[in-house]
Design a protein around this ligand. Structure first.
Ligand SMILES: Nc1ncnc2c1ncn2[C@@H]1O[C@H](COP(=O)(O)OP(=O)(O)OP(=O)(O)O)[C@@H](O)[C@H]1O
Ligand SMILES: [Mg+2]
Length: 343
């Protein structure tokens, strides 16, 4: 009998670290059937690192779901007259130059209706709020080209913030009941170069943004304070030992900046959508910093916790190093979400 099993690799090519999760979906379960993570702090080494990762075997499929991020990806929230999804796509393409700083021919556009605005309720509203995401063609194509040259098969290109939302939703499917109804949560992934934010109301994304502050800025603060080389500062950050208080002191201004920037996004959402962010779920490599969760909770004045995007997923233990998987877990939200995007 043919087995209904489909595998896909969620490949998160971060600015400092590559994460790959192969997720296999059979009738009843989501199973992590392969996993790899490697620190790649410079762009030049990225291609070889990817080649090694996939040459080493362990992955059963070549189907890859990946994401783009950074300055060439833009999120806009716009009000438009009520219209069908097809008309909306056309209208946005036609008027895109009003909203984005790139030539419309240079970008891939994606739109999503968020909610009705104005009027007396569902069906009678005159306008709607729409999320527009634009990513430069060159970014999307270059990344796909690199993967194809490595013998891989890119099947989907998303953005980090939405992948986070998918990982959270998958978590809800495999561990039902963790999230109550009528709930607004903010997912915040703090990587090396940026923090990706996605605010979900009842599992629907209402706000996404990237803030260009991250672990690299934390390391830089340590470099300056202690007069160290970058690699020494990185090591001290990851294992501060008895110097933990001095490290915390050195990075406090960066955490303040980061927390305040993220708070501005919460304020924006709360003003635009008349709702309150109730809880914050943190992920990304920078959350491994022992005092980060507590520090951000103090700034947000909201329940803030690090979440585990692989909780509830089965693992093929003969092919996956469980200890490495578990210690990287908070860093894997984007990769898990990318693998969950396509069934
Ligand atoms: N134990 C640790 N303590 C503190 N920070 C850590 C630790 N381990 C890793 N980091 C930091 O986490 C960051 C990498 O996290 P992550 O893999 O989420 O980033 P990335 O996806 O490569 O970056 P980006 O999303 O910005 O492109 C680096 O800045 C690294 O210094
Ligand atoms: Mg990242």
């Amino acid at each position: 009998m043919l087995k209904q099993r489909k595998s896909i690799v969620g490949l998160d090519i971060g600015s400092s670290s590559i994460k790959a999760i192969e997720l296999t979906h059979d009738k009843f379960d989501y199973i992590i059937t392969a996993f790899a993570q490697v620190d790649v702090p410079n762009e030049g080494a990225r291609r070889d690192a990817l080649a090694d990762m996939f040459r080493a075997g362990g992955f059963r499929t070549k189907r890859i779901s990946t994401a783009v991020s950074g300055k060439s990806v833009i999120f806009r929230y716009i009000n438009m007259a009520q219209m069908s999804p097809d008309e909306m796509r056309n209208a946005v393409r036609f008027e895109a130059d009003k909203y984005i700083p790139f030539d419309v021919e240079e970008v891939q556009l994606d739109t999503q209706k968020l909610m009705d605005v104005g009027g007396g309720g569902e069906g009678t509203a005159s306008e709607m709020k729409v999320l527009l995401v634009a990513a430069k063609n060159s970014l999307v194509h270059d990344q796909a080209e690199m993967l194809i040259q490595l013998g891989l098969q890119p099947v989907s290109v998303g953005v980090d913030a939405f992948a986070l939302g998918n990982a959270y939703e998958l978590n809800d499917i495999v561990s039902p009941g963790l999230q109550g109804s009528d709930h607004t949560v903010a997912l915040v992934d703090i990587g090396a170069s940026k923090a990706s934010i996605n605010i979900l109301r009842n599992n629907v994304s209402f706000f996404a943004r990237e803030v260009p502050v991250g672990g690299q800025d934390i390391t830089n603060a340590i470099t300056r304070r202690f007069g160290l080389e970058a690699f020494e500062a990185e090591a001290l950050k990851r294992d501060a030992g008895e110097q933990i208080n001095d490290v915390q002191d050195a990075v406090a201004p960066v955490l303040d900046d980061l927390g305040n920037e993220i708070n501005l996004s919460f304020d924006f959402f709360e003003n635009q959508f008349e709702g309150e962010v109730q809880e914050v779920y943190l992920s990304g490599g920078s959350v491994l910093l022992p005092f980060l969760e507590e520090g951000l909770e103090r700034i947000f004045e909201k329940r803030t916790r690090v979440w585990n995007p692989i909780e509830g997923l089965k693992v093929r233990s003969d092919n996956v190093d469980i200890d490495s998987l578990n210690s990287a877990a908070p860093q894997l939200a984007v990769a898990v979400g990318l693998a969950a995007i396509v069934g």
